[in-house]
Design a protein around this ligand. Sequence first.
Ligand SMILES: *Cc1c(COP(=O)(O)O)cnc(C)c1O
Length: 475
Amino acid sequence: MHYISTRGRPERRKFCEILLEGLAPDGGLYVPENYPLVDDVMLNRWRGLSYPDLAFEILSLYIDDIPPADLKAICAKTYTSKVFGTDRITPVRTLETGLHVAELSNGPTLAFKDIAMQLLGNLLEYELARRGEQLNILGATSGDTGSAAEYAMRGKKGIRVFMMSPHGRMSAFQQAQMFSLQDANINNIAIEGVFDDCQDIVKAVSGDTDFKQRHRIGAVNSINWARLVAQVVYYFSAYFQVTEENSSKVNFAVPSGNFGNVCAGHVARMMELPISRLVVATNENDVLDEFFRTGVYRVRGRAGTFETSSPSMDISKASNLERFVFDLLGRDASRTRSLFDDQLRESGSFDLSGDPAFVQVADRFGFRSGKSTHADRLETIRDTWHRFNALIDPHTADGVKVARMHSGPDMPMVVLETALPVKFAGTIREALGREPDRPQRFDGIEDLPKRFEVLPADAKTVKSYIAGLVQGGAS
Ligand SMILES: *Cc1c(COP(=O)(O)O)cnc(C)c1O
């Protein structure tokens, strides 16, 4: 298996080569040269597998530069009930006939990003050891991504994490999750500014090629192919849990921001897992809903990006969409480049509404979309609680709301649960006037000692802080 860039640079790369990279050198995203197909025989064989064995089978189709025994061991080490609280890893529960929730949020930080990030941590540690290299991961977070990265990388040999977050702006629970980590290789930097300032610093530091190379700076953001392919696995797992035979089709509804999660669903569908619809749910930040409804992709500015009660979906652009558009345009790299490079740079938007390919978005690729607002979220949380005695978080509520707009009578709809309610207690209180249950292991987490460094929103200061620690010797 080789990987190519969506923008046409000719080099073909292997999985472990792109593992430590973000964007391709031409600014494109890496995609597999082709999507391996599954057939009835394979699906039947996979139906009975445990999650780690299923992960191994699927990943093996995309990774042929790690010896199978090693890859199998990495999957077994990653997907344990100790880390994910359950042997099933992503159990599916039923709300009512035909409406299911796939629990993706039982990992250490109670959000779906753990599923991919935990695998990435083990893959990186393996590959860095093999190369005798070290990596310093620099990131910006407003909550979920950063904590998932830290819990995946803590204690990993050869890896250090520098995670910036806006000082005093995360929820008490999110702060406690990140700042209570005492591992020497985890460094929390609280930036005196907002999330965008943190992101600007990441850009400034990564844009300094000399600093970046000298200090082996890398990222683990959502465009990373390894994260995406890890997510493909739970679409298969959920499919097997809600069907009895492979002639049945299933719909998925996915609370979306950067289009990473649902892009994995697109990959699973391209592999011919019997998925009918892929329903993209957005909040008030409806970049994706607008694209799927109208064909217009319009990146928002800071002023046009809202702070909502499903904050992990508050995005101004959908970084992974380019992977889908590449497929939609018949893998025409020069058109993809012209849309995402030239047109977005010039006008901040592009318009495929007049393109014959656009009808295929729904007809051939199965996409549907919808938008959910704060009022919808509260109403859906209440309704789900009162009718099914099930508590869902605000992001999952966006998924349930939009799923209902697109579910048919005869086909199961699986909503992906992207976080647990305890992470967003304020909104749960607003909806229900009660506190969300908290898994026991998080009792008293806010009272633990915190470890973080407050720095001004200034790239130079952050650089010298990093340089000081890296030169002091990585763990
Ligand atoms: C990251 C995140 C999302 C959005 O996922 P994308 O892959 O960016 O589309 C949705 N819900 C939660 C809770 C998240 O953490």
